[in-house]
Design a protein around this ligand. Sequence first.
Ligand code: NAD
Ligand code: MG
Length: 396
Amino acid sequence: MIGITILGSTGSIGVSTLDVISRHPDKYYVVALTANNAVDRMVEQCKQFKPGYAVMADKKAADQLRDILSTNGLETRVLHGMEGLETVAALEKTDYVMAAIVGAAGLLPTLAAARAGKHILLANKEALVMSGDIFMDEVRKHNAVLLPIDSEHNAIFQCMPADFKPTNTPKGVRRILLTASGGPFRELPLSKLANVTPEQACDHPNWDMGRKISVDSATMMNKGLEVIEACWLFDATPDSIQVVIHKQSIIHSMVEYTDGSVLAQLGNPDMRTPIAHALAWPDRIESGVASLDIFSVAHLDFEQPDLERFPCLRLAFEAITTGGTAPTILNAANEEAVQAFLDTKISFTDIPIIIESCLSGLSSREALTLDIILEDDSKTREFASQLINSPKHAIQ
Ligand code: NAD
Ligand code: MG
């Protein structure tokens, strides 16, 4: 039996992971579940999966959860805070860690899993974007196994040579074709972009996801973060990654080899496929995802991304090309700007303006230590909140 800790179990990826696990009670059991503050959802998950541990972000939510669980006769130990997350990521019983916390909050527990040499199923792309070099080093140093959950990166991994591991350089690869749906505003007249609402931005045509990544998909920063993620996972350079708008989201990405072969992974857009792939790797298990009806799909379309419509994609390419802590700054500025947009403090088109102002107003440096990364992350958040709270958002 494989023991699994799910960081961010109450979110979209967390729930899909529990769905796949529940189909295979003979193979997997839950060691620990974690959430920010969704106590009710955590109670339901604890009742169903009876984990040894549950972690909530703050003490108040943890106390509340502990009371309810003990009233229900459940023996789950309840911890809280970053320390609690790091503890469950590194427990002896934890074989696999699903890293599915959204944003920078997922970095330290995912690093703890790497240092404990765990099998890491990585959904939390922000951790890799913020600290790619350090994170990959820890994976290498502690012989952790890193498997991508992001559908594109999981597809690329599936198209890589059979002996490829994310800590190696793949042989014979010429290019990566990273597909993108283009999000809900792919065809909206540019003049209307400034007035879109959080609800419209979160209404993704093909995928059902958390609110932050949904906004990222609408700005295409999600694809930008994925370009950076792919550079680290596949030892790729930014100019060897071609972003391709593929509105049907049926091809989840492609790998082109030096002999001209292009390998693609296809399937219905349902995260249970990459989750089941990574859980069972190198075997295969049932995921609950329906067969792809290729006749009803009928057409697969491909377009170049429009960088005027999607400046966030350009900013991400620039940040990874600059290197050092530039991706850390990009990520922190984006997290702050997206939250401000969701809180209706800024407009949709202010998001790239704030990120660009942070990138030009703060200087990046070599990402030599975790402290440097965390320092640049918090410096950027401060700078971004000043911009967000100033009457005119951007430094012109
Ligand atoms: P979500 O918002 O639905 O869930 C996030 C989870 O993290 C929740 O369980 C929440 O309680 C927890 N969390 C949030 N803030 C926290 C904090 N400060 N401390 C502790 N826990 C916290 O997000 P999601 O859509 O499931 O995405 C999770 C991650 O997976 C993101 O990094 C996203 O980019 C990535 N991802 C998601 C999808 C998808 O289809 N949803 C696809 C690819 C990659
Ligand atoms: Mg993705």
